[in-house]
Design a protein around this ligand. Structure first.
Ligand SMILES: *Cc1c(COP(=O)(O)O)cnc(C)c1O
Length: 399
């Protein structure tokens, strides 16, 4: 007998849970793409996307996943031979650097490993060493989904300003947009990338690039921006078709419009506060499981540097993989694999997992995931400390 039948829960860090309202909004006939309501709806979507990112500047929408959004960003930011400084705090920072390098950008990577945020002193030193100001842009991930580290974006900008370095600041907020607070203009960010399938609760397929007026000026005439990737017409179209350089992604737009309406109804501050509280409940459970058991630990020691949308943790090999298989088969909960911590062929790989609490997630879902994990540890005989569910419930109770 399995207890998995019932509504399954995909608790991986993207794609995230799609609200029924989003799915229902997509279930309709194809609209006229030449005139009518679709055109009005896209105007409200671009307005709401600016609001979610905290900017009054520019936004371009692409029919891509996150990897495509990286390339869209690179194609507009850089010309061949330009230099990027990449601040890597996990697999996704490395991924963006690989994309830029393959496109002909000269890439310098500062790698801060899998357990730490960006070290501001190392950033300051790298900027100071670039006396000729060859670095055109600094690329960083706000929340790296592999490590669940969160970087201090305003702090990065302060270091760049203090160094008197003119580089643009470009941020991957794919895992964090609509989950962790983001204030593009206030923080002095020049470019942000995000995608539809994480905090924005819409199926995979839309990527977003927000960019500052300064970035627009500085990057004009770059030689990587072919017609499809060029952000200029997408952000300021003369004709509707230029928003998407061709046919609009009609049904994704209906879904995204509904998702953004839900964020508006809840309020951004409330959305961020919900993610913060659910994250703390997950951390409290892991802290309890790890009591007297050194194998179990959160990946990021300092809570100030943990993202609010995903938690990466160690459970000891082979327990993490065994637990993931158990929760999926026996309880209908799919947990995230450990990513970038060890190669899949390395036995250590089976010691890591991730729990997502991203987007359309509430207290019963997160408490349910934790309770199922507790049950799985008991069923499998995985050693763990007591009191995890009480600790998580205390956080949810607001105590
Ligand atoms: C998910 C994610 C990506 C990649 O997105 P895909 O849609 O899988 O291509 C990149 N960066 C971060 C931080 C992510 O969370």
């Amino acid at each position: 007998m399995s207890l998995a039948n019932g509504r399954p829960y995909l608790a991986i860090p993207g794609p995230s849970v799609m609200p029924d309202r989003v799915l229902a909004a997509m279930h309709r006939p194809a609209p006229n793409i030449y005139e009518g309501p679709l055109h009005d709806m896209v105007a409200t979507i671009t307005r709401d996307l600016r609001w979610v990112a905290g900017t009054s500047q520019n936004v371009a929408i692409y029919i891509v996943n996150g990897h495509g959004a990286w390339e869209a960003a690179n194609a507009n930011l850089f010309s061949r031979g330009d230099k990027a400084l990449v601040l890597a705090t996990g697999r996704f920072g490395i991924g963006w650097s690989e994309s830029a390098r393959r496109m002909g950008v000269e890439v310098e990577v500062l790698d801060f490993g899998n357990h730490s945020p960006v070290d501001m002193d190392r950033l300051a030193a790298a900027l100071a060493a670039d006396k000729a100001h060859k670095i055109k842009a600094v690329l960083v991930t706000q929340v790296d989904t592999a490590t669940s580290v969160k970087n201090d974006i305003a702090g990065l900008r302060a270091v760049m300003d203090a160094a008197g370095h003119p580089a643009l600041l470009a941020v991957d907020a794919i895992a964090s947009m609509g989950c962790d607070a983001f204030h593009m203009d206030e923080w002095g960010v020049d470019l942000v990338v995000a995608a539809s399938q994480k905090g924005l609760m819409t199926p995979p397929g839309l990527g977003f690039v927000w960019f500052s007026d300064r970035a627009k000026e500085r990057c004009r005439g770059g030689d990587l921006a072919t017609p499809y990737w060029d952000w200029t017409p997408r952000a300021a179209p003369d004709e509707f078709w230029q928003y998407f350089c061709g046919t609009a992604p009609t049904h994704h737009l209906f879904g995204l419009h509904e998702a953004l309406t839900m964020v508006r109804e809840e309020g951004l501050d409330a959305v961020w506060a919900r993610h913060a509280r659910l994250a703390r409940a997950v951390w409290a459970a892991f802290d309890a499981w790890g009591q007297g058991n050194a194998d179990i630990a959160l990946n990021i020691a300092d809570p100030a540097y943990r993202g609010h949308s995903v938690t990466a943790a160690r459970l000891g090999a082979p327990h993490a993989t065994a637990l993931r298989r158990w929760t999926e088969a026996e309880a209908g909960v799919t947990l995230g694999i450990g990513l970038g911590m060890a190669a899949p062929s390395d036995p250590a790989y089976h010691g890591f997992l991730r729990v997502a609490h991203m987007g359309h997630v509430n207290a019963h879902m997160t408490l349910g995931v934790l309770a199922v994990m507790e049950a799985g540890m008991r069923a499998l005989g995985i050693p763990h400390g007591p009191g995890a569910l009480v600790a998580a419930a205390e956080v949810v109770a607001g105590r």
